[in-house]
Design a protein around this ligand. Structure first.
Ligand SMILES: *Cc1c(COP(=O)(O)O)cnc(C)c1O
Ligand code: SF4
Length: 440
C-alpha cells in the first residue's frame, strides 16, 4: 500500500482556487460557473481536474462539460435573471426566490420517482426504497446521497441542492430486510444514491452485512451503482480504509452472493488513467463483476465512435457493457438531450462495429414511468413510418418484451413526445397504467 492521495473538493465557494480554471477559462466561462452553479449543483475533485479533463481541449472537452457548469445549461432568460441578481448583489432571500422558481421549472422530479414505487410495510411507506420491477429492490442509503463530483446532467440534481422534500434516503436496514423476507421473488438489491461508494468502509459494512442473513437466501445479487471508479479510483487503491473495503467485498462474494458494480461511465477518457486501470484490477481480483451504463448526451458522447471505443475499452478491461440510457427530462435537458431516433442511430452505428462480446449492452432505453423502454428502431409497416419500441423492464412484468409502435418522429426526445401509430388513441399499456397508479 502506497501513501494515501490528497483529496480536494471544489464547489462554487472555492473553485477560484483551481489553477487550471484561472489558466484556461476566459471571463465568460468563469462567469458561467458562478451563474449556473447558483442554480444547479457543482462539485468536482482534484482527480477529475488533474487526470481526466484535457484542459487544452476546453471548452469542448467532454469531461469538462460533464463536470463544470456550462452557460447554455440555463435558458437565456434564466441565465440573465441570475446574472443580474448576482451583479446587483440582491439580498440572499430574494436570490433564493429567483433560484427556486427557476429550479421548479426544471422538472425536478421526473418519472414520478418520489410518489410511485415506494413499497409499503405494515401500512408504512418505506422511504428510501423503491420497488418497481419484480426482481429488484432499489435502496438509497441515507449516507450515500452525495458523489465524488457532480455530473452536469444528473437527474438527481435536486437532492444535491438540499431539497428536503425528496425523502429518498433510508438509514434503517431492518425494515428493508423485513420487506425482503416477505418478498421471496426479489433476487436483487441495488444500492444507489448519489454514490454509495462515498461512504466509509465501516458505514458500508453496517448497510451491507444484514443482507447476508440466511433468511435472505433468495437475494442472490447485491448491486452497487457507482461512479467512483472513474471519479475517485483511489477508493480501491490507497484510501485509508481501502483494505477494509476490499475485505468487506470479499466477505460478501465468499458468502455466495454475486456482488456487481453498476459503474457509471460516460466517455472512454475516463478509462485511460493508470489509477482507473489499477482500481478495476483490484475490484475484479476479489470476484466483483463490473457492468457499465451511461446516458447518451449531446456535447459529451453523442458520436458512435465514442461509444464503440468506450465499449471496446470496457471489454478489454473486463467490464461488461450493460445499458445506454436516454437522458431524462429534467434539469438542463434542453442542452444535453439527443432525439430518440438519433440515439438509436448512434447506438446502431456503434453496436455494429463491436464484437458480440460487447453486445451485452441494451438500449437506448428510457427509464419512464411505465418501465424501461427500448428504442428498437424505425420501420415501415403497411406504408406507415413507425418507431418500434419494446419494454426491457415493465411496471407490469407482462409488458416485458412486448413490442409496440409509435408514429415516426425524428424530434421526439422522450416517451411523452410520442403518439401511438396506426391511428390508435393509446399505447397498449396506458389503460392499465392508470389503474396501477390509482392502486399506488
Ligand atoms: C433500471 C432499474 C432497475 C434495474 O433494472 P435491470 O434491468 O435489472 O438492470 C431496477 N429498478 C428501477 C426503478 C430501475 O430504474
Ligand atoms: S455520479 Fe451519478 S448520481 Fe452522482 S452526479 Fe453523476 S449521474 Fe448523478
Amino acid at each position: 500500500m502506497t501513501e494515501t492521495q490528497d483529496y480536494i473538493v471544489f464547489t462554487l465557494h472555492n473553485f477560484d482556487q483551481i489553477p487550471q480554471v484561472n489558466k484556461y477559462l476566459n471571463a465568460e466561462q468563469y462567469r458561467a460557473i458562478e451563474v449556473v452553479g447558483t442554480v444547479l449543483p457543482f462539485k468536482v475533485n482534484n482527480y477529475v481536474i488533474d487526470e481526466l479533463i484535457n484542459w487544452d481541449n476546453v471548452p469542448n472537452d467532454p469531461i469538462f462539460i460533464l463536470t463544470f457548469p456550462q452557460k447554455e445549461m440555463l435558458k437565456e432568460e434564466h441565465y440573465h435573471l441570475v446574472d443580474q441578481a448576482l451583479k446587483n448583489e440582491i439580498p440572499q432571500i430574494e436570490l433564493k426566490k429567483i433560484v427556486n422558481s427557476i429550479r421548479a421549472e426544471l422538472n425536478p422530479n421526473p418519472a414520478g420517482q418520489q410518489d410511485h414505487n415506494v413499497p409499503i410495510l405494515d401500512g408504512q411507506r418505506l422511504h428510501g426504497v423503491q420497488h418497481k420491477y419484480d426482481q429488484t429492490l432499489l435502496f438509497f442509503p441515507s449516507h450515500g446521497q452525495t458523489c465524488h463530483a457532480y455530473c452536469t446532467f444528473c437527474f438527481r440534481w435536486p437532492q444535491f441542492i438540499g431539497d428536503k422534500n425528496l425523502k429518498f434516503a433510508q438509514n434503517e436496514t431492518s425494515n428493508v430486510i423485513e420487506y425482503l423476507k416477505r418478498h421471496p421473488k426479489i433476487t436483487d438489491v441495488l444500492f444507489t444514491g448519489g454514490d454509495p461508494m462515498t461512504m466509509s468502509a465501516s458505514r458500508l459494512r453496517a448497510y451491507l452485512e444484514p443482507f447476508l442473513s440466511p433468511e435472505l437466501d433468495h437475494v442472490q445479487t447485491i448491486r452497487i451503482g457507482t461512479k467512483s471508479i472513474s471519479y475517485w479510483p483511489y477508493r480501491y487503491i490507497n484510501d485509508k480504509d481501502t483494505e477494509e473495503l476490499l475485505d468487506l467485498f470479499r466477505q460478501i462474494t465468499e458468502a455466495g452472493k454475486h456482488l456487481a458494480f453498476m459503474a457509471h461511465i460516460n466517455h472512454p477518457a475516463e478509462l485511460k488513467t493508470e489509477a482507473v486501470v489499477q482500481a478495476i484490477k483490484n475490484i475484479k481480483a476479489i470476484g466483483v463483476e463490473i457492468r457499465t451504463q451511461s446516458p447518451i448526451m449531446r456535447h459529451i458522447n453523442d458520436k458512435a465512435c465514442t461509444w464503440r471505443d468506450m465499449w471496446n475499452i470496457q471489454v478489454q478491461l473486463g467490464l461488461i457493457p450493460y445499458y445506454m440510457f436516454i437522458a431524462r427530462d429534467t434539469g438542463a435537458q434542453h442542452y444535453f438531450s439527443v432525439p430518440l431516433v438519433k440515439a438509436w442511430q448512434i447506438y446502431k452505428d456503434a453496436y455494429r462495429q463491436v464484437s458480440g462480446i460487447a453486445r451485452t449492452v441494451r438500449g437506448p432505453s428510457m427509464s419512464a414511468h411505465p418501465g424501461k423502454i427500448e428504442i428498437v428502431g424505425p420501420a415501415t409497416i403497411n406504408g406507415e413510418e413507425v418507431l418500434t419500441l419494446n419494454f426491457i423492464q415493465g411496471r407490469n412484468s407482462n409488458w416485458v418484451k412486448q413490442p409496440f409502435f409509435a408514429e415516426y418522429d425524428e424530434n421526439a426526445t422522450w416517451l411523452n413526445d410520442l403518439k401511438p401509430a396506426f391511428g390508435k388513441k393509446k399505447f397498449f399499456f396506458e389503460t392499465e397504467l392508470i389503474d396501477d397508479v390509482k392502486l399506488n
